[in-house]
Design a protein around this ligand. Structure first.
Ligand SMILES: [Zn+2]
Length: 535
């Protein structure tokens, strides 16, 4: 075997080939840290000096070897072309190193040290009830920030080397498909199951190169165990909204579409909806990746990067599996939208999510995807449209009356105009919070939603794609937008007016359905100027 390899080996013309150990520095020996890696490859040897010996300098293995070395904090040196016979003799010695097993064990422990650090970090995040871990790795520092209730705060500062190692370990050792080596110079993403003290956690990883380093963000998706299902009521849905959603779930066929920006809790709402389905029914969910485990459903993970494992192809496959309900994780193209249509028309109830800025806006998005308005207004198709966002809710232990809040002094006149006498009962964040809320002054986030039941009259507007008139009609029927919900929560003393405005924009002093009043805007600014001059 060796002979055949040796005889088929041809060095590139003009390249000096190393054929014996005598041609190398006398004290240069194979690197113990890279021994295991080299034994798996068979055509590469890494020396202590960082020199790489290979019989095939053009192979991908050389690049992979460099990356593996960098991950182990070894500086890659020059690449020398060596005769296969020399490489084999090195490999034989490596295999017979008595303490090779010890080396491997040391390496395993070294890695598990970083893996332990990763687990500790994730556990800290789980304990603090945060949604995302941001690692910002730069030349001088690695900043770790946690996102909680939508806001980032500094959790820790690490040496950059530790940050690089933990990021590399996360990608290379822990992800579902740890095929490629982590490369901080290109954007990468992956899903990662991780066992931590409190149980099995699923995370989604993404990295992005940055000036002077890279960012890695880990989103905590949920646990491998059946998630504790939160009811729609606890999420923040109002009683009439829940009534509409329950009514939709009882429909024999049609589509319930849920919309909202990334990170607005759509998956949690979907899980709460699925929990309302009787267990005499068969549910297929098609997700990328599976975020919340629901035992009553068959959950199918898709890989949107390959066509044969897309939402649409798996959706079509699920239709052949005698389902009652189908959940299409995300409607992002015409293909998926057509699967949704076919499923509703063949007598299934379909749930899916979509990205829009309002519930009625879902219609325009579907029309954009190429679905005809005639199809959209078919009475078999759309049943219920939901849009949701998350709003920061005040900590009940430390919230302070709005009138005593220093941060609101300059805006008090605005609140008085908007809320009238109710301003006496409004509350604001207490700077620094209290023990119960971990100094955040918030108790968590709740859904502010708008839920549309698609009725006969609504279908007429949908067919004309006349969303403005439809919204006017809905309002005349007592429908509330998510903006209305946010303002209502301020009125109930649950939300700081500033937190509401961070979500919905400036609260209007006038009724905007009657038109934007420029005179009111001018008076407002004049009053503010006068106040500034006084103080
Ligand atoms: Zn508090």
């Amino acid at each position: 075997m060796d002979d055949i390899e040796s005889s088929s080996f041809k060095a590139p013309p003009g390249v000096k080939v190393v054929t014996s150990k005598a041609q190398l520095a006398s004290d240069d020996r194979p690197s113990p840290e890279m021994a295991g890696w080299c034994l798996q490859r068979k055509n590469i040897i890494v020396l202590k000096s960082g020199t790489i010996l290979t019989s095939d300098p053009g192979s991908r293995d050389v690049q992979n070897c460099r990356i593996a070395m960098v991950n182990k904090n070894i500086r890659p040196g020059e690449v020398l072309v060596a005769a296969p016979s020399l490489i084999n003799s090195f490999l034989e010695n490596l295999g017979s190193i008595k303490d090779y097993q010890q080396i491997q064990q040391d390496m395993a422990e070294e890695i598990s040290g970083q893996q332990k650090r990763l687990r500790t970090l994730v556990q800290e995040a789980v304990d603090a009830d945060v949604s995302d871990i941001h690692m910002e790795i730069r030349t001088d520092v690695c900043r770790i920030r946690f996102r909680k209730y939508g806001e980032l705060y500094l959790h820790a500062e690490w040496f950059p080397r530790l940050g690089r190692e933990v990021a590399a370990v996360a990608f290379n050792k822990e992800t579902d498909h740890a095929t490629a080596h982590f490369n901080p110079l290109v954007p990468q993403d992956a899903a990662m199951p991780l066992k931590v003290k409190s149980g099995d956690i699923r995370l989604r990883l993404a990295s992005m190169p940055a000036h002077g380093g890279f960012d890695m963000v880990m989103r905590i998706l949920g646990t491998e165990k059946e998630s504790s299902i939160v009811s729609l009521e606890d999420l923040g849905y109002t009683i009439e909204q829940i009534y509409i959603i329950k009514r939709a779930i009882q429909m024999p066929h049609g589509a319930v579409l849920l919309s909202g920006p990334t990170g607005s809790g759509k998956t949690t709402t979907l899980a709460a909806c699925l929990h309302l389905i009787k267990n005499t029914r068969k549910v297929y969910t098609i997700e990328d990746p599976v975020e919340k485990v629901v035992h009553s459903a068959t959950q199918v993970p898709v890989n949107v990067k390959t066509d044969d494992r897309s939402f649409a192809s798996f959706g079509r496959a699920a239709l052949r599996m005698d389902p009652d309900y189908i959940v299409l994780g995300e409607m992002r193209d015409e293909d998926t939208a057509n699967v949704m249509l076919r499923a509703t028309i063949t007598g299934h109830l379909v749930f899916s999510t979509i990205h829009t800025n309002s519930a009625p806006g879902i219609i325009l998005r579907l029309a954009d995807m190429g679905i005809s308005s005639v199809m959209l207004s078919d009475s078999n198709v759309l049943v219920c449209l939901i849009f949701q966002r998350l709003i920061a809710v005040l900590c009940p232990h430390c919230k302070i009356p709005l009138k005593t809040a220093k941060a609101h002094v300059n805006d008090m006149h605005r609140w008085e105009i908007i809320f009238g006498d109710a301003v006496e009962h409004l509350y604001a964040r207490r700077p620094g919070g209290c023990k119960q809320c971990g100094s955040s002054a918030l108790s968590g986030r709740k859904v502010v939603a708008e839920v549309v039941w698609v009725d006969e009259k609504g279908r007429e507007y949908i067919q004309k794609l006349d969303i403005l008139s439809w919204e006017r009609y809905l309002r005349s029927m007592g429908w509330q937008t998510y903006r209305d919900r946010a303002v209502a929560m301020v009125r109930e003393g649950l939300v700081d007016p500033f937190d509401a405005e961070a979500l919905i924009g400036e609260m209007s002093l006038t009724d905007e359905s009657k038109g934007f009043d420029y005179n009111v805007a001018r008076e407002q600014m004049e009053k503010e100027e006068a106040r500034k001059k006084k103080s």
